[in-house]
Structure formats: structure tokens, C-alpha cells
Unconditional design. Structure first.
Length: 91
């Protein structure tokens, strides 16, 4: 649980740094970060069987909140394309 909170704080800091100068967006994303932390802390008393589901719901709500801030869907980046096969020399 502590690692989860630390990761979320790190992501919030990175996100806030990237949007420096865009105060409204930074404030909105910061509010999302606060909300997910409160949500995750609220999951702690649920116990292990329900904890993962509760935290997952917090994450879904966080992405929804961030989408409202930026006005477009927030999705993880796609995986990189597979490497191209090497070119064979022509003789």
C-alpha cells in the first residue's frame, strides 16, 4: 500500500512538472491526484480480498478525472512497433 502511494505521488509530481506554466491544468490534475490518494487510503480498511478491486476503481476514476482536465482520453502510450527486418544486400 505504501509503495502504491509513493508511486502515485511520483506520478503526480512528474505530471505537475510537465504542465508547469499551465496553472489551470496543473491544478485540475493535482485535484485528481488528491482524489486518487484519498480513494486509495479509503480502500485500506476493506481488507485484502477487496483491496485490489477498490484500488482498481480508484485508478479508473483517476483516469476519468484526468480526461476531464485535458479534454481528451488519457491512455497509456502504445507499445513501440516491432523492429524492421534487416535489409538483405543485393548482388
Amino acid at each position: 500500500m505504501n509503495r502504491f502511494i509513493l508511486v502515485m505521488l511520483l506520478l503526480i509530481c512528474i505530471g505537475a512538472e510537465q504542465v508547469q506554466g499551465q496553472k489551470a491544468l496543473a491544478k485540475c490534475l493535482s485535484t485528481c491526484g488528491e482524489s486518487i490518494l484519498k480513494c486509495a487510503l479509503g480502500c485500506a480498511p476493506t481488507g485484502m480480498p477487496q483491496l485490489a478491486k477498490c484500488i482498481l476503481k480508484c485508478g479508473v476514476a483517476n483516469f476519468s478525472c484526468m480526461e476531464k482536465c485535458v479534454g481528451s482520453p488519457v491512455r497509456p502510450p502504445p507499445p513501440p512497433p516491432p523492429p524492421s527486418p534487416p535489409l538483405l544486400p543485393v548482388h
